[in-house]
Design a protein around this ligand. Structure first.
Ligand code: GP9
Ligand code: MN
Length: 434
């Protein structure tokens, strides 16, 4: 119904936060490489185990003056996990309240997504690289509807025997074996790597482990294994950066790295606590919520005014941030996120289950926490009650607008002047036809 689309449009116009002129267009015309760091959490950044950094290379990028890094960036996925994260990054809309949007709606959904926007507005070619098979999370259909020109999945690579874990080609091999394809892409390109080795249960052959890295002895095999695959992931990114530098691509590329969701389940919190310098008996629900931070690092040589940002945001906000860095305005698109660099953005982060967090308060399963004292707000003042109700209704509205848009496929009816509809039939990912 036109009125339903109108409600969505009104919401988006009211919440448009603009861009930041210091950053807008800084990456204009550059290649974009998004590296999806599977299950990688913020607490691993700068983490030392047995006196050794777990991810020394990512730490160096995190602290580099050529990076914009975010330390209050939250994953906002639901049951669709990786696919929800992808959906947010490509479209700046949420996944579904239940199940995976990719799986449930991906066959017929109208998307106005990053690969098509970047292609139409700035001539970008596009590709996704991943070590698992092409049909997982229904990607073969979804990517066509998003306008991805190339989908180089595990179906393309030699994934035999020890080259793979249970989740597909090991990350070091994924980066290495992707290069012949990457080198054929017309520049500028928009490319996404979906890593997979740092996926639960975080098992890795001894031969792939760094003999110089000693993991924790936490009492949880998930935690101990996690640091091992974190370290492997870190090395794989370093090897890829070495290639980017050697090939010269580094100088005209912006690399965006982010963790898609938690890797360590809250069942392991008691074993994790001491490693984070916390008393397990004092562990709270807010501590668990605080662990839902994942890294976001935007790296580009020559970046002006880089550094670590403390703004509160999440996966929903990444697409407009990237587009604005590329000098592409987002005013005409239906996007629910706000540029992370905008000074007018809201500090309310909305989770898929209607929980929310701000710098001061968090709502976890309906209980309000004070983020400064790490305690439940037992007797809220009238003013606080009003504030919490307002934040909750803002959170609910954001999710319901997203659900109305996606569940009714409303983008079918939306034709901004800057967007030509994507035709899935234009894309063919079968291996024989390259
Ligand atoms: C599968 C990989 C993992 O191909 O992307 O997905 P997840 O289990 O994290 O949703
Ligand atoms: Mn995942």
């Amino acid at each position: 119904k036109p009125s339903e689309l109108k409600t969505v449009q009104d919401y988006v116009n009211k919440h448009y936060a603009g861009m930041n002129s210091t950053y807008a267009g800084q990456a204009k015309g550059k290649n974009v490489i998004v590296i999806h760091l599977e299950s990688f959490q913020q607490f691993s950044i700068d983490r030392k185990v047995n006196g050794q950094e777990v991810t020394p290379f990512l730490n160096s990028l995190y602290h580099s003056a050529d990076s914009l890094s975010f330390d209050n960036f939250f994953h906002e996925v639901g049951q669709g996990k990786t696919s929800d994260a992808e959906n947010m990054l490509e479209t700046s809309t949420f996944g579904l309240p239940q199940g995976s949007l990719f799986a449930k709606l991906g066959n017929d959904q109208t998307f106005q997504a990053m690969p098509a926007i970047l292609n139409q507005r700035a001539g970008y070619s596009s590709a996704v690289f991943h070590g698992n098979n092409g049909s997982f999370w229904n990607r073969s259909n979804v990517y066509k509807n998003m306008g991805y020109q190339n989908w180089i999945s595990g179906d393309y690579f030699n994934t035999a025997g020890k080259r793979s874990t249970a989740w597909g080609l090991k990350d070091k091999l994924l980066f290495k074996d992707s290069i012949p394809y990457l080198e054929q892409l017309q520049q500028p390109f928009y490319v996404k790597y979906l890593t997979v080795t740092n996926h639960t249960p975080f098992e890795l052959d001894k031969a792939d482990q760094d003999p110089n890295f000693q993991t924790s002895n936490s009492g949880s095999k998930y935690i101990d294994n996690y640091f091992v695959t974190n370290h492997y992931l870190d090395q794989s990114i370093q090897e890829f950066f070495n290639y980017l530098k050697k090939s010269g691509l580094y100088n005209n590329t912006m690399v965006v790295m982010y963790g898609d969701h938690y890797g360590i389940n809250n069942t392991e919190d008691k074993e994790l606590a001491p490693l984070l310098g916390k008393d397990p008996s004092q562990w709270t629900d807010l501590d668990t919520e605080n662990l839902q931070r994942t890294p976001l690092i935007i790296h580009m040589p020559g970046l002006k005014e880089g550094g670590i940002r403390h703004t509160y945001g999440g996966e929903i906000d990444v697409a407009p941030t990237i587009e604005h860095l590329l000098g592409i305005s987002t005013k005409d698109y239906i996007q629910l996120g706000q540029d992370l660099l905008s000074t007018k953005r809201s500090q309310l982060v909305v989770m898929r289950n209607k929980d929310w967090i701000t710098p001061d308060y968090a709502s976890i399963s309906g209980t309000i926490w004070d983020c400064h004292t790490n305690t439940v707000v037992e007797n809220p003042t009238t003013e606080q009650k009003k504030l919490f109700a307002k934040l909750q209704s803002e959170a609910n509205e954001k999710l319901s607008v997203s659900d109305s848009l996606n569940q009714k496929n409303l983008l079918r009816f939306y034709h901004p002047k800057d967007f030509k509809s994507v035709n899935a039939a234009d894309y063919n990912y079968s291996k024989s036809k390259t």
